[in-house]
Each structure stands twice: as C-alpha cells, then as structure tokens.
Design a protein around this ligand. Structure first.
Ligand code: PLP
Length: 733
C-alpha cells in the first residue's frame, strides 16, 4: 500500500466527489447557460454549490466565482488590483507605490505581480515583506510599509511549512496605518483546515483551489469583496455573472460541491485536536527513525497537517529516495533537481541555517486521514529508520558484514574516495571533505573499521577538518606528512622498477606517487610479494589528472604532463581512474577510454601504446530496455546480471524479489567505480541496470558504455512507473 503524505501538493479525490463529478458528466451535462430544462438543471447544481461555498466561507455581499484553480484566481485578483491602481493614478489620485507580498508566498503570487506589473506598465516596486524565524510576517516592518503599499499579498497558511499567518494582526496594522492597499489573501492551504469568514474581514480577494482538498484538479474559486475593484481576466460569453467568461467546469464544480458538503456536515473531516494528535504520532515516529531530526517551523504556529523537517547529514534527495523506497510519498521542502536540491526560499526567508534550507523534507496529510492511516504511516517511517540503521547510516550498534571495496562520495562535484578491506577491517580515505566527516565517521564506527591513512591528492583538501570525525579510528595519524601520508609506511616495487611508499589493506596495497608540484596519486592493487606490477593496479586515485574527458587546465602543464605520464607508465588499460572531481556524473574513467579521445590525456597516454584499446569494443544496440523486453533479453543472455543501483538504504527498505531466477544485486552509484574494478577484469557478462525512475540506472549504463563495456542496458522508467515499468520485476516474482 502506498502511503501518500504529499497532500499540500495535491490530494486524492474524495469518493463522494468523484461520484458527483461522474453524475454531473452523465446526467447534468447540459450547458448551465442554456435556457431549456436540461440547462436549468445544470444551473441549479452550479448555484447550489456557489451558495454552499458562500455560506461556508462567509462571503456576505461579496462575490464568489468558479475558476480553474488558485493560479487563475491569483491572476484575476492581481489584474483587478493593478488595473484599479493604474486608473487611480491616471486620474491623479494618490496610491501607494509598493506591491508588497509576504516573502514566503507561493511563486504564483510573486510571479503574477511581476508579470502584470510589467505587462500593464504600472511601474510599481515589488517588495517582499520579511517573516520572522517562525515564518510569521514582520508586523513592525508592515507597519512602516503599509502606508506606501498599493497592494498587499499575504497567504493564510504556507504550503511548504504549514505556518499560519496572523491575518487578524495584519488587518489591524492596515487599519491602524490607514493603508489604502488592496489586500489579497491566498487561502489555498487554509480551506478545510482553518476557520474562514471572509466578509468579516477587509480582505479584497481570496483565491482557493479544489485539488488541495479532495476535489479534482482544474477547479477553484475566487472571492471578491463587495465594492472591491474587478477586471475580468477572461472575456466572452458572460458566464459567472460576467465576471469570468467560459463555460463552467461542471464536473469539477460538482465534485467541489461534494467536498464542501462534507465540510459542512462536520463528520467527514477530522477535528483540529485529532489532527494535532496525528501530527504528534508522526513526529514521534520520525524522531525514532531519524536521530537529530529538526522540525523547521515550530508546531505551535503551523497547520497540524504539515511537517517540515531536516536531518543532519542527509540531503532531501536521499530522504525522498528512502521514503519512496518504503512506499511513503513525500516531497522536498523546496524545488529539487536530480543533481542538487535548490535551497527552499521559504526556509531561507525564515533565516534558518543553510543546511536546513537545503535538506528540508515536507510531509503533509489531509483532514480525511484516520488513525489506521497514521499507524500505517508510522510503521513505514519505522521501516525507513531500520533501513538506515542496517546500512550504518544512523548509529545502530550493529556491525553488518559486507563492507568492502571502493566507495565514491560526491559533494557538489568534489569526490571523497573510501577504500575498505573487510578482512582486515581497515580502510583508507582519499581526498576527505569535512562535510562528509560525520557520516563517514559514523559508518566506520558502526562497521568497526580502522583508518590506515587519511590522504589527499593535493594540498587543497579538507583533511585536517575531517580528521576530527575519525580521530578514534585513525591509526598513527600524528606523524603524517602534509598530504596525510603516514611516516612509517612500507615500500613496494612498481611496474617500472621504481619503489614507492605503500599502506597495506589486507591483500592489497595503496602505493603513493609524489609529483613535482607536491601533489600525489595513489595506486591500489593486489601485491605479489614485494611488487605491484602495472597489470595488478585496479584503481588509480589521480586527483585532477583523472578528470574524465580532459585535464584540469588550472594546473601547470609541464608538471601535469609529468604526473600523467608517470601514472600512465604504472597502470594498465582498464585500471579505473578515480578523480578528485566528478561534476557531470561520469564517476570514473580508464586509460583505454581516455586514450581514444583528443584530450591532452589522450596524447600523453598514447605515449604508452600498451594502454590503447586495440579494437574499439562493439556496442550491441541501444542502452534502453523496456520492461516488456526483459524476458527476451534474459532468454538471450541467461548469464546477465540484474543490478539495482539505488543506495543501500533504499535497497534495504524495498528489496525487489528475484525476477525469473535473477536475484537483483545492489551496486549503488557510490559503488559503481569500485565495482568496475571487478567487471572490467572479469567475464564481462551482460548487465541490466534499474533504479526508481531510470535516471540513476541510465547514468550507470552510460558510464559502462563509455568505458567500452560490451553489453549494458537500462530499464526504462524505473520502479516508479508501477505496472507500466519494471515493477514488472516485482510483479513477476
Ligand atoms: N497558492 C498556494 C499556497 C499553493 O499551495 C498552490 C498550489 O501549489 C497555489 C497557490 C496554486 O494553486 P493551483 O494549483 O490551484 O493553481
């Protein structure tokens, strides 16, 4: 079962609303403007819903029109206000010069103000009204600015945080300062959750949206106070008493009527006290699952149906992926792109620390929620906590086995590499970044690993700041050199007969190459006796020199040439080159791949003919595989491996069962480079990647394809597409 906790984005449709919409489509399909009997019946429905809404919202003498949603209502209100202000100014009357809007308003408000101000040539100044740390409007600043405001926009409740504005206090400031501002209150998130009595206030415009409260998308309402200026956004056939032309969305209005009916009956939706109890249960489950969690706005100022939080050490993308894997649908507190979540402007306006603005998650439910639903949500949240503990991402006291290999961490394009040897319980960290210290330190403690060396490829790394997080795990760190290399290291003979300092990691060694500019590269491979021959070097951590597709132009060229040439003389064609940066999600590269390009790296590598790929490897067909093609693919390639590239905590939360005998292996993107060290040297069996949406698995497939791996596929659409995508994997189990 899916646990939908994203009600502030949109809600499911109330069954009674769906039934009312269907009935309107089947039986009341006539045009409500027609004067025949069928039209009159449709009109009766329209009028009935309007009357009900007017009563519930306390519209009084004001008007209430049906719209397509809140965005349209906002446009209409802004257009109306600006046309009136423009006309007053044309008559030489004084108006304020500011278009004042709350700093946490929905973008539909600030963007509409900017749009119509430019289009109408009103030339007013847009000014954001600051909020305090609780998200409440700064009334002291409003008091100063209100006399200069031509229009004021303040939402009733915020969609990201649930913060409830103090509308009565804002009104008092407007009155006390004698402000003539026209006032819009975006009431989208208030409907069904807060008491609304519009005509008892001086609010001029109040837009509403049906789909935030169990009606379908495409229907909304706009309240306009009696006597407030009005300009129609849409002209035409005179519908809605001439206020809004266009034949009405009767199915949507009927559905909205059913929701408003439920609101009026007082039995369908939970009371505020019940909703507050639900919020506390969810908050408690979150506190248990996510130690260190911080709730962004204090509950006292917020709708009980919205929880906005951040968790130290986790990005909102990671938490979203975790929740999604557990079947819990939530959203980032902010707009989120695949690579990097933009910080929430709402939380920034509240002046919260940057990490909280960047990593926020919003959980929201509707007033229809019941106790069983909240129980189910809490159980899933607990499952998320278990998934994190079982993968050592939050302290658990457990020590799961299986930590082995090379892990890549990426912070804004900068890479930290961790090399783990399970047998000796030891590891090396390369190019440590302070931002990862807490997480990597906790992971190593949970796994009882010793840190043999904490090294950097160049002096610019945050080694010293990181060290504090692994102080207890660090072996002999005190005598390290400036790049972190331990003083009393052993030596190993490299492929060209030279000798290098090395650190042992079980059967493997990490050898250090120092370059003329003071930077270093590190070679990892299994030692034979006292030697690390070129064909045993599986990984080279080369700092700037290994940028896939080119070199860092900032480095002095002759020294760089020398460094690359030296590395090239000590590795083999499929040695995985791990760089200090990965800005475009390439993960890693190989000398064989780079040797085929035109970059300086290619030129230098060409000096080592043994590194060139003799014949470019054939790519057999498209990388994309439809879920419907899985059967045929596995029939043709019975030895193919099915690879789930989601992070281990997602894999733990939602393990996809075996598909036709093919048990999915978990190789998260952070382990892809590490796994390549094996895949490129093994039998090169066909690989089928999948993830939640097909995005991450697409990157994995593209990486292997670029490195010349002969047969890789990405399952289109990922698990998110349910029955239409590779959830076929789960269903066929
Ligand atoms: N205002 C707020 C506070 C909202 O949450 C939304 C929807 O996200 C809107 C306006 C826009 O509403 P609609 O989708 O009906 O255009």
């Amino acid at each position: 079962m899916e646990i939908y906790l994203d009600a502030n984005a949109t809600s499911p449709v109330l069954p009674a609303a769906a039934a009312a919409a269907e009935q309107a489509m089947r039986e009341l399909y006539a045009n409500p403007s027609s004067s025949h009997a069928a039209g009159l019946k449709a009109k009766a429905l329209l009028c009935g819903v309007r009357e009900l809404a007017a009563r519930l919202l306390g519209v009084g003498e004001g008007s209430l029109m049906f719209t397509s949603g809140a965005t349209e209502g906002i446009q209409t209100a802004v257009l109306s206000a600006l046309c009136a202000i423009r006309a007053r100014r044309a008559r030489g009357e004084a108006t304020g010069t500011l278009l004042l809007y709350g700093a946490t308003e929905h973008k539909a408000v600030s963007e509409s103000l900017a749009h119509w101000n430019a289009l109408l040539g009103t030339g007013l100044e847009l000014r954001a009204l600051p909020v305090d740390r609780n998200g409440l409007h700064r009334l002291d600043i409003l008091r100063e600015l209100a006399p200069q405001a031509a229009m004021l926009c303040t939402m009733a409740a915020n969609n990201e945080t649930g913060v409830i504005s103090d509308i009565a206090a804002i009104e008092a400031v407007l009155t006390q300062t004698g402000s003539g501002a026209l006032w819009m209150v975006d009431s989208v998130q208030a409907l069904g959750k807060l008491h609304i009595d519009l005509a008892a206030t001086r609010i001029d415009y109040a837009p509403f949206s049906g789909h935030k409260l169990y009606a379908p998308k495409g229907v909304g309402m706009l309240y306009v106070r009696a006597g407030s200026p009005y300009t129609a956004l849409m002209a035409g056939g005179g519908q809605e008493g001439g206020l809004r032309a266009g034949t009405e969305n009767m199915a949507g209005i009927a559905a909205l009527g059913a929701v408003l009916g439920a609101l009026a009956d007082g039995r369908t939706f939970r009371t505020r006290a019940e909703l507050e109890g639900f919020r506390e249960r969810i908050a408690q489950a979150l506190r248990m699952a996510l130690p260190g969690i911080v709730f962004n706005p204090p509950f006292a100022h917020a709708l009980p149906t919205t929880l906005n939080f951040s968790v130290p050490g986790f990005s909102s993308k990671e938490l979203l992926d975790l929740f999604d894997a557990s079947g819990v649908r939530v959203s980032a507190g902010s707009a989120c792109s695949a690579a990097k979540a933009a910080p929430s402007y709402v939380l920034e306006a509240m002046d919260l620390p940057q990490w909280r603005c960047q990593a926020a998650v919003r959980m929201s439910f509707g007033p229809l929620a019941d106790s069983a639903f909240i129980d189910a949500a809490c159980a899933r949240i607990a499952r998320c906590g278990e998934a994190l503990r079982s993968t050592c991402l939050v302290p658990s006291g457990c020590a799961p086995a299986g930590a082995e290999g090379v892990i890549q961490f990426n912070v804004d394009g900068a890479c930290t590499w961790v090399v783990l040897d399970a047998a000796s319980k030891s590891c090396v960290i390369i190019d440590p970044q302070a931002a990862l210290g807490e997480r990597i330190g906790a992971y190593l403690r949970c796994q009882s690993f010793r840190v043999q060396a904490l090294v950097a490829t160049s002096a610019s790394h945050e080694r010293a700041a990181f060290e504090a997080f692994v102080a207890g795990e660090l072996a002999g760190g005190a005598s390290a050199d400036p790049l972190g290399w331990p003083a009393d290291s052993e030596r190993v003979v490299l492929g060209d007969g030279s000798s290098a300092a090395c650190v042992a990691l079980g059967q493997q060694v990490l050898a250090r190459l120092t370059h003329a500019d003071g930077s270093a590269s590190y070679l990892l491979g299994a030692r034979s006796g006292a030697a690390l021959p070129a064909d045993a070097v599986r990984f080279a951590f080369t700092g700037a020199a290994a940028l896939p597709g080119g070199l860092d132009a900032a480095l002095p060229l002759p020294q760089l040439r020398a460094a690359v040439q030296r590395v090239a003389s000590l590795i083999e064609r499929d040695t995985v080159l791990c760089g200090a940066r990965d800005d475009d999600g390439s993960f890693c590269t190989t000398a064989g791949t780079e040797g085929q390009g035109n970059s300086l790296l290619a030129e230098l590598l060409a000096l080592q003919p043994r590194l060139a790929r003799a014949v470019p490897l054939p790519f057999d067909g498209s990388l994309l595989l439809e879920a419907s093609g899985l059967d045929a693919f596995f029939a043709a390639h019975p030895n193919a491996l099915l690879i789930d590239v989601r992070e281990p905590f997602e894999f733990a939360a939602d393990q996809i069962p075996a598909w036709r005998g093919h048990v999915p292996h978990n190789v998260p993107l952070s382990r892809l480079a590490g796994q390549l060290g094996h895949w490129l040297h093994g039998e090169r069996v066909p690989l089928v990647f999948f993830c939640r949406t097909g995005n991450r698995s697409g990157k994995a497939a593209a990486c292997l394809h670029r490195l010349g791996y002969p047969n890789v596929r990405n399952v289109v659409g990922g698990l998110a597409l349910g029955d239409h995508g590779p959830a076929a994997l789960a269903l066929a189990a």
